[in-house]
Design a protein around this ligand. Sequence first.
Ligand SMILES: Nc1ncnc2c1ncn2[C@@H]1O[C@H](COP(=O)(O)OP(=O)(O)OP(=O)(O)O)[C@@H](O)[C@H]1O
Length: 281
Amino acid sequence: MENVLEIKDLSKKIKDFALDKVSFNLEKGYVMGLVGPNGSGKTTTIRLIMNLLHKDNGYIKIFGMDNTKNERDIKQRIGFVYDENIYPVAMKLEKVAKLVAPLYTNWNQKLFEEYIERFGLDLGKNIGDLSKGMTSKFAVAMAISHKPEFLIMDEPTSGLDPISRREILEIIQELMDDGNTSVLFSTHITSDLEKIADYVTFMDNGKIFESDSYANIAKRYRVVKGNTQILEKYKNEIIGYKGGQFGSEGLSGNWGGFEKMDGIMLQIPSIEDIMFYASRR
Ligand SMILES: Nc1ncnc2c1ncn2[C@@H]1O[C@H](COP(=O)(O)OP(=O)(O)OP(=O)(O)O)[C@@H](O)[C@H]1O
């Protein structure tokens, strides 16, 4: 097993917010989705991985190397999509590519032009004249035209219509076909994760709630619903417990005992369920 990304005890304080001992790994050849409510620390984690922010503690290894000491080598092998446009709005797409291409030893102009055509983009247009969706597609084309081994994207599909989202996901799937490419992307769109993510890392309030395959996480937890009088007694076993007059609910990682109880219903949690109850802790 070879890890493309290893994060251990990563901490960073920004004003009132603290990323607190974040640890997770991504194995080479897999796709990981980073999910969590607004402000849970996804962008902060991604910025730390990209060395755009300085960490307070912990370490980040990419391709087995320290991400700060080997930044130049690492970035040649990485593709990165920011959560916002980073290119000058008055610059033509063609010009942006001309400036960026020489930075990568592996830049493949033919491949870039193929992506541009596939996404229906016009190289003669200014960045500022692109729609939100087209800006995202251009950012993805720019990030993958040097055939990165590791693609890191911060909400690449937000603001895209379902067809464009599918196009981006298809491209990611194609990149994965060689078995050597790995992808980490943050998203709020849980259906995207269901389509392509091998692993899901749940963040909440600067901490990791879970990081595993969805199948494993779905085995570990159940949504518990039912009689308030019964559930009140076990509320310490229930994450994000909410009691109500007409029934109570939450998520449980220790749900075996509920199976035989009358008036209690168990459901396999969706990704959204896990996010919801974890954030209500
Ligand atoms: N430069 C900054 N100054 C002050 N606070 C910041 C700064 N950068 C991030 N934060 C705070 O850190 C927290 C985490 O933000 P972050 O952008 O990492 O969350 P996120 O999970 O990516 O959220 P979203 O889903 O909304 O994009 C937020 O509370 C945010 O306000």
